[in-house]
Structure formats: structure tokens, C-alpha cells
Ligand binder design. Structure first.
Ligand code: SF4
Length: 273
């Protein structure tokens, strides 16, 4: 289990600190509190009634938590034939791969903010200011010039996408050199470059959904999930695990989720006259 993607194999990064009493737990300061060794409980929640449909224990690392959502969606479909039309989640779940998997493989609408690392910190035009032309497979910059993957025919034998899953588009050096917009576009490089994910269509879909009223409703409904976690700590007192190791975390998280569901179901039961 320690080699599981939810635990020891969640990331190749060597932990800076290892707990002497529970080596599988991971040190985290994620909630802005004093750092401590922890596991994460991940819920798949039916937002209509705030019922927990599935639960999975992981280490508190984004890759492991994203993997847990995939596992829970697959398991829920296999076991209960439940397949959501949409998934509401926070930015941590808005990676290109996750959005691609949801849109292409699962046909689930991502009501998730896009995780975007392309934001420029130097105030230069963001990638969204460049218009993509699908037929020509090129971008147009704010100065009206083209950005292409190759300006000479040197593409033979090169993979279309890099190891990061992105295709790169380059402006021509002479276009940028003669451009009055250069200080606002590529102040420190000779040419401007744009990266396009192989899942850009799914990212774009998520961006469009984010402008809809349905997305606002999903954002609001997601507060029910936050309430469940707050309830877990403050009312059920699960701010500390009693059992050690991944199996201990798994058992405690399952029991806690069951208790939360029973309380909820008791309230949902129609009152007898
Ligand atoms: S600097 Fe280059 S990419 Fe940027 S607007 Fe000018 S020509 Fe276009």
C-alpha cells in the first residue's frame, strides 16, 4: 500500500521530514496552520442532498487527491451505475490532464476553475490575448502577427507535444524586433512563445462553463462539501487520527463518512404523520 499512487508513490519528490511513528503520513502546512503529519480524506458528494457517495484516503498531496477523484468517479459508476453530468471542484482539480479526462473520457462537464501556470508575472500580454486559428494551427498576436510551431520545415521526427503535454508556438524574431508592442509582449526575450496543452479544448470548455449561471450555482453548492469537512473536525472531533498508517486512515475516514451520511439521511427521512 505504501507504493500506492494515493500514498508513497503520489510524487517522486523525497519528503523533507518523515514521521517516526507513521512514515506514510506527509508533513503539511496546507491549511495555513502549524505544519503537521497528516492524511487527507477525499469525498465524492451528491450536491443535491450533501450525501457522501464515496470516500478515499490519500496523503495531502495534490496529485494523490486528484487521483482519488478519478478513482471515486470510476468506482461509483462501476458499483452504483452513478455517472454525474457535472463535477464541481476547486482549482487543484483544474489541471489540463484532469479536465481532458473529464471531458474526453468521462463526458462530465467540468465546473472547475482552470489551473493556469501561463499567467505572466511581468505584466506582459497573457496567452488569452492571442487568438488561436484551428484551421491554420497558429496563433495571432495582439500585433496581428502569426505564431507557429515551426517557421521552417524541421518538424520531421519531432514529437508534436513536449514532455509537459504542450505544443509551442513561436513568433518570428524579425516581427517582434520591429514591433512597437514588444515591451508589453515579450520584454525580456527576442520572440514571444505560447504553449498550448494537448487538452486545450477541455480547458476552453471549462473557461466557457465558468461564465454560466450553472457554474455560479455549482460554486454555491460546493459550500456543502466545505461544511462536511468543517463538521468532521468541529462536531465529530476528527482533528486527529487514532489509528496509524494508510489502512488506519482509510478505516477512520470511512466510519466518519458513514456517520455523516446517517445523520444526513435521518434528517432527509420524510416525517411520519
Ligand atoms: S512582440 Fe511579437 S508577438 Fe508580441 S505583439 Fe509584437 S509581433 Fe506580436
Amino acid at each position: 500500500m505504501l507504493d500506492d499512487a494515493a500514498f508513497g508513490a503520489a510524487t517522486p519528490v523525497k519528503p523533507k521530514a518523515i514521521s517516526p511513528t507513521d512514515p506514510a503520513a506527509r508533513f503539511t502546512g496546507a491549511n495555513g496552520d502549524r505544519p503537521f503529519f497528516a492524511y487527507s480524506t477525499n469525498y465524492l458528494v451528491d450536491l443535491d442532498n450533501a450525501i457522501i457517495v464515496d470516500v478515499e484516503a490519500t496523503v495531502p498531496i495534490r496529485q494523490a487527491e486528484v487521483g482519488a477523484v478519478r478513482n471515486m468517479l470510476t468506482r461509483t459508476r462501476d458499483r452504483f451505475d452513478l455517472h454525474p453530468e457535472r463535477l464541481a471542484a476547486d482549482t487543484a482539480y483544474g489541471t489540463a490532464e484532469m479536465l481532458g479526462w473529464l471531458v474526453d473520457d468521462q463526458e462530465i462537464e467540468p465546473h472547475i476553475p482552470v489551473f493556469d501556470k501561463s499567467e505572466r508575472k511581468d505584466g506582459a500580454y497573457p496567452a488569452t490575448d492571442f487568438a488561436y486559428d484551428e484551421d491554420a494551427d497558429e496563433y495571432r498576436c495582439p500585433g496581428g502577427r502569426a505564431l507557429k510551431p515551426y517557421w521552417r520545415d524541421i518538424s520531421k521526427g519531432r514529437p508534436e507535444f513536449g514532455k509537459d503535454g504542450c505544443k509551442k508556438y513561436y513568433a518570428r524574431k524579425q516581427d517582434c524586433a520591429a514591433c512597437a508592442l514588444k515591451p508589453h509582449c515579450t520584454p525580456n526575450q527576442a520572440t514571444r512563445k505560447i504553449s498550448r496543452s494537448r487538452y486545450e479544448h477541455a480547458r476552453q470548455k471549462a473557461r466557457e462553463i465558468a461564465k454560466t449561471d450553472a457554474y455560479v450555482a455549482s460554486e454555491y453548492a460546493r459550500k456543502k462539501v466545505e461544511m462536511l469537512f468543517a463538521h468532521l473536525k468541529r462536531i465529530l472531533g476528527l482533528d486527529r487520527l487514532r489509528l496509524r498508517g494508510p489502512n488506519g486512515a482509510k478505516d477512520e475516514f470511512h466510519i466518519a463518512a458513514t456517520v455523516q451520511n446517517l445523520r444526513k439521511l435521518a434528517k432527509l427521512r420524510p416525517s411520519v404523520a
